[in-house]
Design a protein around this ligand. Structure first.
Ligand SMILES: Cc1cc2nc3c(=O)[nH]c(=O)nc-3n(C[C@H](O)[C@H](O)[C@H](O)COP(=O)(O)OP(=O)(O)OC[C@H]3O[C@@H](n4cnc5c(N)ncnc54)[C@H](O)[C@@H]3O)c2cc1C
Length: 433
């Protein structure tokens, strides 16, 4: 494929994925003697940590997405194509994509992760994931549609199913999402829908482990649970989901909840094109890489971020699937590629863990930074500052800040719009040819 800046003198570095990892590699290769080609199936980068605010109508979708072309318009050695990469032919150093074949000298797989429904096709069909802007907007529509629908039901039990919202997965995403839905219940429901009282709506957070935020400190877990309960979220611990048919969610202990809305944040798994040997795919469908981010056994192919597992004695499960890992690996890999091209020795990746945090409604958050742990109002300010500064684009930061300020002062900011009515796509039979 020809590109505007095609320079046959320079090796071509192709990056699949314009997420947190991919954009860092591309940026760090600016002004270097390489041709950078970024491929993504979308034309934008998504700031996934704030997807839940799009799903619950606090922010609009463009505030957390940024056009990839705009991001790199001042980078001369950069080309972007919207492309879905289907396969890697490592022998011939080419990619099979929906826009044709693309050759590479160095390949970086930064394709991230997708929702893991753990093989349950009913849950995959009926529950709603939240990994992309589109999915977050679908959730927003579906939440609002179901509240509207509840008003049309005279049978109380039937109505309750439309007003029971179940979030599965007690990690940061589930905690933030359920807290945010509880805020709708507490501050918006009765105002927007005078026929309803907040007691009519129930928000559940279901977690299979004995605590939420299991990867944070015990203090953070306990406080987050307390904050959620104060918001009125019913936190169900040690509860395994066994099924969901669009009407009833069932649990391993035999209990069940009638609900039209199940939001799934219980796990992710790596996603990548064909051409990677199953022998190097490990737990969580991640590609095994060495300490220089090189895919084991593949020449000039690297993987970073959520899709990659750098397994060492200290990290038998690899790094956590968080944005800073992807970003640091991206910057590291760009430097190593330059070292390789200059004939210099390459280095090994070392992750600098800046800490973890989660917010639970207004005024409350939990923050762990190494041994420093704090919760409550100050933690919430820290959470807001970090997320605001991490957003890509000045406009997005300003718009988000204004939205948050209005929301804080009025309890009533919000983009509670149903732009496209959400309907589940037709179910494709698993046995279809
Ligand atoms: C709801 C949610 C909340 C989160 N909150 C936090 C948080 O608070 N803090 C934190 O640190 N982390 C958080 N994370 C995790 C964080 O977003 C990921 O760790 C990070 O996005 C990983 O970066 P990545 O570059 O590996 O992949 P991604 O950022 O997911 O990017 C992958 C890119 O690859 C593209 N792609 C995939 N396959 C193909 C293909 N075949 N062809 C072309 N393009 C392809 C995708 O379109 C996407 O743009 C959250 C994740 C989610 C889903």
């Amino acid at each position: 494929m020809n590109t505007k800046y095609s320079n046959p003198k320079f090796p071509r570095v192709v990056i699949i994925g314009g997420g947190f990892g991919g954009i860092e590699v591309a940026k760090a290769l600016k002004n270097k003697e390489v041709e950078v080609m970024l491929l993504d199936r979308n034309n934008h980068h998504t700031f996934q940590p704030l997807l839940y605010q799009v799903a619950t109508g606090t922010l609009d979708a463009p505030s957390i997405a940024f056009p990839l072309r705009k991001m790199f318009r001042k980078q001369e050695n950069f080309t972007f194509r919207i492309a879905d990469v289907r396969g890697i032919d490592a022998l011939n150093k080419t990619l099979d994509t929906d826009i044709g074949s693309i050759s590479y000298d160095y390949l970086i797989v930064a394709t991230g992760a997708t929702t893991n429904f753990f093989g349950n096709s009913d849950i995959a069909y009926y529950a709603m994931p939240m990994k992309s802007v589109k999915e977050a907007v679908n959730i927003r529509s579906f939440l609002l549609q179901n509240i509207e629908e509840s008003l049309l039901k005279t049978d109380l039990e039937e109505r309750a199913a439309y007003l029971n919202f179940v979030v599965v997965g007690g990690g940061p995403t589930g905690v933030e999402l359920s807290g945010s839905i509880a805020e709708i219940r507490n501050h918006i429901l009765a105002k927007d829908y005078p026929e309803l009282k907040k007691e009519d709506m129930n928000v559940y957070l279901v977690e299979g482990l004995p605590k939420i935020l299991a990867n944070l400190s015990p203090q953070a877990s306990e406080k987050a649970e307390l904050y959620l309960k104060e918001l009125g979220v019913k936190v169900l611990l040690n509860v395994q989901v066994t099924g969901y048919d669009g009407d009833i969610i069932t649990f391993a202990d035999g209990s069940r909840i009638k609900t039209k809305t199940v939001l799934w944040s219980a796990g992710v798994m790596g996603q990548f094109p064909d051409g990677i040997s199953p022998d190097i795919v490990v737990r969580g469908n991640r590609i095994r890489i060495d300490e220089e981010c090189r895919v084991i056994g593949m020449k000039d192919v690297f993987a970073i971020g959520d899709v990659a597992a750098m397994i060492t004695d200290e990290l038998p499960r690899g790094h956590p699937g968080v944005a800073p890992v992807a970003q640091q690996q991206g910057r590291f890999l760009a430097k190593n590629i330059v070292r390789m091209l200059n004939g210099q020795p390459t280095e090994k990746f070392k992750y600098f863990d800046k800490g973890s945090m989660a917010t639970i409604g207004r005024n409350k958050a939990v923050v762990d930074i190494g041994k420093i742990r704090f919760q409550g109002f100050f933690a919430w300010w820290v959470w807001m500052f970090v997320h605001l500064m991490s957003l890509v684009g000045f406009r997005n930061r300003v718009v988000t800040f204004i939205n948050w300020a209005i929301n804080y002062l009025t309890f009533n900011a919000g983009i509670r719009l149903i732009i496209h009515k959400y309907r589940r796509p037709e179910r494709v039979s698993e046995h279809a040819e």
